[in-house]
Write a protein that binds this ligand. Structure first.
Ligand code: C5P
Length: 225
C-alpha cells in the first residue's frame, strides 16, 4: 500500500516513543507494564509511508524494526527521556508522538545485588517520580507538534481531556485498555480543542494511517496568532 500513499509528511521529522519502560529494582527484577509496542510501531510505519524521516525510541519490545526507520533501544524512563532530548537537540523534530507507556515511578535506588528472601517483613521499595517526557517536550521553547496517548481503564473522555490540558498538547489519542493493550486491533477516540472524535475501530495499522493523516493536517494549519 505504501507506494500509493500520499506523502503528506515528506521532509518532516517524526520522533516517537513506544513500548513499555523497565525500571530496575535489582539486577534481575524490575517494574514494567504490558505495553506491546505495536501501536507505536504501526504509527512509525505509517509516518514513514507518508514520507517522514522517523526516529523511534523504544523500550524493551520484541518487534522487528520497520524498514527505513531509525530505532533507538532504551530500557528505563530516564534513558528514554535522555535519548528523546538528545535527538531533539541534535536534529529537532516537526512532530513528537508519545506512544510509550512510560512508568510513572522508578525505584529510588536499585539494589546493586540480587535482593535475598529474608524472614520477617518484606523489603520496602521506595519509589520516585519519573520525568514526564511528553510534558517536557511540549514545554520546550519551540516545541514540535506534540501528540499523546491516554490508555485508561475507565472515564476515558474525562481523563484523556484532563491529560491533554495538563500536558498542554493539541491532540491526545484515548483508548480503553480493555480494547487495545497488547492486541492487533484498537478502538480510539481523538481529543483536541474541538472536542472528541471516535475513529472507527480497526487494526492498529489502519488507525495509525488515520492518525498520521490527522497530524499532517494539523501541521498544515497556519500558526495561531
Ligand atoms: O500521564 P500519562 O502517563 O497517563 O500520560 C500518557 C502520555 O504521556 C503518553 O503519551 C505517554 O507516552 C506520555 N508520558 C511520557 N512520560 C511519562 C509519562 C507519560 O512521555 N513519564
Amino acid at each position: 500500500i505504501a507506494h500509493f500513499q500520499p506523502k503528506h509528511l515528506a521532509g518532516k521529522h517524526v520522533l516517537l516513543t513506544a513500548g513499555p519502560t523497565f525500571e530496575a529494582i535489582d539486577p534481575v527484577r524490575g517494574i514494567t507494564n504490558l505495553s506491546s509496542g505495536r501501536m507505536g510501531f504501526a504509527i512509525a510505519r505509517a509516518a514513514r509511508a507518508a514520507g517522514a524521516a522517523v526516529t523511534l525510541v523504544c523500550g524493551p519490545v520484541a518487534l522487528p524494526t520497520p524498514a527505513g526507520i531509525t530505532r533507538i533501544n532504551v530500557v528505563s524512563a530516564l534513558e528514554m527521556h535522555a535519548k528523546v532530548m538528545e535527538c531533539l537537540h541534535a536534529q529537532g523534530a516537526d512532530v513528537f508522538i508519545g506512544v510509550a507507556a512510560v512508568a510513572d515511578y522508578r525505584p529510588a535506588t536499585p539494589a546493586e545485588h540480587k535482593i535475598k528472601k529474608e524472614d520477617g517483613a518484606p523489603p520496602p521499595i521506595e519509589l520516585v517520580r519519573n520525568p514526564d517526557i511528553l510534558a517536557e517536550v511540549a514545554a520546550l521553547p519551540n516545541p514540535p507538534l506534540c501528540v499523546g496517548f491516554a490508555a485508561e481503564s475507565q472515564k476515558l473522555a474525562e481523563y484523556a481531556e484532563r491529560k491533554r490540558r495538563s500536558k498542554k498538547i493539541p491532540l491526545i489519542v484515548g483508548n480503553l485498555i480493555q480494547e487495545g493493550f497488547g492486541g492487533d486491533n484498537n478502538a480510539v477516540t481523538l481529543f483536541d480543542e474541538t472536542g472528541a472524535t471516535a475513529l472507527p475501530p480497526g487494526s492498529k495499522a489502519e488507525l495509525a494511517h488515520t492518525l498520521i493523516e490527522r497530524i499532517a493536517k494539523l501541521l498544515e494549519k497556519p500558526e495561531k496568532p
